[in-house]
Design a protein around this ligand. Sequence first.
Ligand SMILES: [Zn+2]
Length: 264
Amino acid sequence: MKLLSEPALLSKGAYLQIPVKITLLDEAIIRSNEPEEVLTFKYNDLGNRFIIPWRKIKGKLRRLVLEKQRGLNIESQCALKDDLCMKCPTCFLFGGTGETSSAKVSYNILSRIYGETFISEKEVGDITPYTANAVREQDLTTGQALMSILTVPKETVFRGVVTLKDPTLEMVAVVVDNIKRLSRIGARSVEWGRVQTEIEGYHLSDREDLSIYLDFQNKTKIESKVKKDLKELLSGQNIPSVDEAYKTLDQQVKGLINSLAGGS
Ligand SMILES: [Zn+2]
């Protein structure tokens, strides 16, 4: 299996799987009056675990990829949720629906980034209740109401697998760089939820055969399958800088979209 030389519209059945480890440096909120990002779930085999739903991680990652893209002045008006441009590297990687975007195009883009629920390494132990004064936004005064939130202990480790479908060198460079920039999880993330995100390896295959759920059940051990260093996978190819990767991918994506629209 090799990386694709150019991005493709139709699937070529290549999957780069990237196991990712997220360690909480602060507590993260699991229950509050606001939308939670970390939850608990009772598995038959694994017992009660903290989990982070994939849609939360995908949402964070998409924001990071888009933010960095804006910094490079590529389609800087492209924005979630209704203002997707449908022709930039971020839209190509994460997908979008043409009709509902303000670009009003007739095509949809399927996401090339897949994932799974991130699961805590250990079973749920203590959950700390934390009571704070609710703050009124208008004048920043406190004391109107008490708000109770529950937090996940710091140093909790979550693991999961991120999958990039039909990857090119440039797509890998963009995704890998931004996974490493993921530094916060949890609601009200200004105050809470600092995390460290590490990539544990790379596995290129014609199927999605890695899953942290199977690893935790000792069915498919991820460690036995992955290459630790991306360079081992690339056999001599040079990894472009992230900035170069964005620019090349942008040109390639616009070429594909043009061919889709029947232009030259
Ligand atoms: Zn876009």
